[in-house]
Ligand binder design. Sequence first.
Ligand SMILES: CC(C)(COP(=O)(O)OP(=O)(O)OC[C@H]1O[C@@H](n2cnc3c(N)ncnc32)[C@H](O)[C@@H]1OP(=O)(O)O)[C@@H](O)C(=O)NCCC(=O)NCCS
Length: 444
Amino acid sequence: MPSHPTATQVQDPFVAWFRQATPYIHAHRGRTFVIAFGGEAVAAPELGGLVHDIALLHGLGIRLVLVHGARPQIEERLAQRGAEIQYVNDLRITDDAALACVKEAAGAVRVELEALLSLGLANSPMAGVRIPVASGNFVTARPLGVIEGIDHRHTGAVRRIDHRSLQQRLDDGAVALMPPIGYSPTGEVFNLSATDVASSAAAALGADKLIFLTESAGLEDDQGRPVSNVLAQDVPALLAAPAPPPKEIAACLRAASLACRSGVRRVHLVPRQVDGALLRELFTRDGIGTLISGEPYENLRPARVEDVTGIMELLHPLEQAGILVPRPQERIEADIGRFFVMERDGTSIACAALNPYPAEATGELACVAVHPEYRNQGRGDKLLSHIESVARGQGLRRLFVLTTQTAHWFRERGFEPGGLTDLPAEKQALYNYRRNSQVYVKTL
Ligand SMILES: CC(C)(COP(=O)(O)OP(=O)(O)OC[C@H]1O[C@@H](n2cnc3c(N)ncnc32)[C@H](O)[C@@H]1OP(=O)(O)O)[C@@H](O)C(=O)NCCC(=O)NCCS
């Protein structure tokens, strides 16, 4: 016989998941996100799932601008006419035949997306949802012109975005749809890159996020590991690396760094083919894609009183395991000025403290802790070198640490075994012989 769940039973993962998503639901409400995806996403069988996720974001009060590409749809139409689009230095040349295909393809994609966003059948995931969709002449474009003697004809670049009209539509509760097409004051139509439209729209709107749903898996380091954070200032170096990222990712990175410089706080590259990728990126702490931001996403800074709870959460399990000496909350509060925390999305994921003994030009490195989920990625190193530079700035010439289980970590970072006499007198008097910690010292 099935039993009713009781309060003592293991927590239901659905409930746990929903609860952990709460801060993100609050944080995203009323924010403006520009989401860009290629025509491949529109042609893919997973389009229904993507539109469903977009409808969910809209339902959570997020103001959405969708920018779509139409490359496969354009190429299909050109192929039917026995033509193809020409590229010079990765820039396309849109002749009259290509422009006709661009218009047709953009129109067809728009109708398809509008149809899916209108789906509201009782047995579908979007039952009872009514999403107004707005599109129009939001983009003013100019011709790319003649580059190195080659006329790019109807290929254009974004000149300006009518952000007031866009905001108006978003205020009215609509999802805005932007094709890779722009219009010039001379009444011409230009074929644009969706990446250009998306980053220009995000910048003009002052969007909170610009999200590129990419066809490829995403940005990887030289050993093939996914890269989860990039600073906009590091993008040029990434693009100039001996093994630069694939073309699609490189274009998104360029657009991302431009958007960050224009005030967009966060740009995300999210692999489109992963089911629910958008939701995972937006509603879990670590996401699944690459975040490009103007400021460090993980902020190492002096602790404030509000950080006491976060610090205690980091230290408590280590105190229980005997790795750290227990410290009551009042002591952490009193010493908060000596702590540094590494914060990720509002959560403390690492901390350390520097207790100075100025008379001896010595400092104690204490409470070094990295959250278990974030270890082995160099955060400990970062904390240590930060504390060392703060200590140097305070005129200290040596750092010491008392440790029971982490001796080798410190030794590998230049600490030498020491003795009780290496400690400041005040610290020697407090030494706990039962704990039998080892002393390690580093000259700064
Ligand atoms: C020690 C600690 C701060 C390191 O943080 P981190 O962000 O994982 O550190 P880094 O990424 O810079 O370094 C990771 C390296 O340290 C090694 N390491 C981790 N803990 C270690 C330990 N107790 N002894 C020796 N080496 C250790 C890892 O194996 C890894 O080395 P590898 O890449 O060669 O395998 C973290 O493991 C931690 O919080 N530990 C529990 C608290 C603690 O021991 N604090 C010190 C109290 S005195």
